[in-house]
Design a binder for this molecule. Structure first.
Ligand code: HEC
Length: 156
């Protein structure tokens, strides 16, 4: 008899513990769902409606842009202005490839922002060549202003 009472108490206790655990998990999932919903509601950037292939292509270009900025800052610190200038022209400037890419976008505002950004990359290349560090940092600031401006307005 004692054994049966003990067994029942154990079962009740285990059941209660399991229930409270399940509740915790449930409210956690609910909280995360709420959070994701809030994020998509708050993300009022314009979508470019890109195809999966274009998305990958764009992101890999973007990763190259951020690498270029890092390389330029590093080279500037070492006084390698010529090398920094070369990276600005080739990786951030308005090359034929970048011109074609920007012009392939349907969204006019995005296209113009992209073209203006790459033109600023060429101006950055010109400025770096002068070896004037203050002017170079100012030009880099202008170019990076386009990164910030575009990311605030557009998403894939
Ligand atoms: C004309 C628009 C535009 C400009 C200019 C621009 N980007 Fe982007 N970038 C985008 C878009 C759109 C995305 C995708 C964002 C999204 O969907 O959330 C992106 C994504 C990125 C990513 C994420 C890459 C990944 O693999 O997830 C990085 C890093 C990035 N940009 C760096 C830069 C840097 C650095 C600059 C400037 C030197 C720059 N971008 C300029 C439009 C732009």
């Amino acid at each position: 008899m004692k054994k049966i009472v003990m067994l029942i108490s154990i079962l009740i206790f285990a059941g209660a513990t399991f229930n409270s655990f399940a509740e915790d998990e449930g409210s956690k999932t609910e909280h995360m769902m709420q959070h994701n919903k809030m994020q998509s509601i708050n993300d009022d950037r314009i979508s470019l409606n890109l195809s999966p292939a274009m998305k990958q292509h764009q992101l890999s270009n973007m990763r190259s842009h951020v690498e270029a900025v890092q390389a330029i800052v590093g080279l500037l610190a070492e006084g390698s202005h010529e090398k920094a200038s070369h990276i600005a022209y080739s990786r951030l400037g308005l090359t034929e490839e970048m011109k074609k890419m920007c012009n392939s976008f349907e969204n006019e505002a995005f296209k113009n922002l992209g073209l203006a950004f790459h033109k600023s990359g060429d101006i950055l290349g010109d400025t770096l060549k002068t070896k004037d560090i203050t002017k170079s940092l100012r030009a880099l600031n202008t170019t990076m202003g386009y990164c910030v401006q575009c990311h605030a307005a557009f998403r894939q």
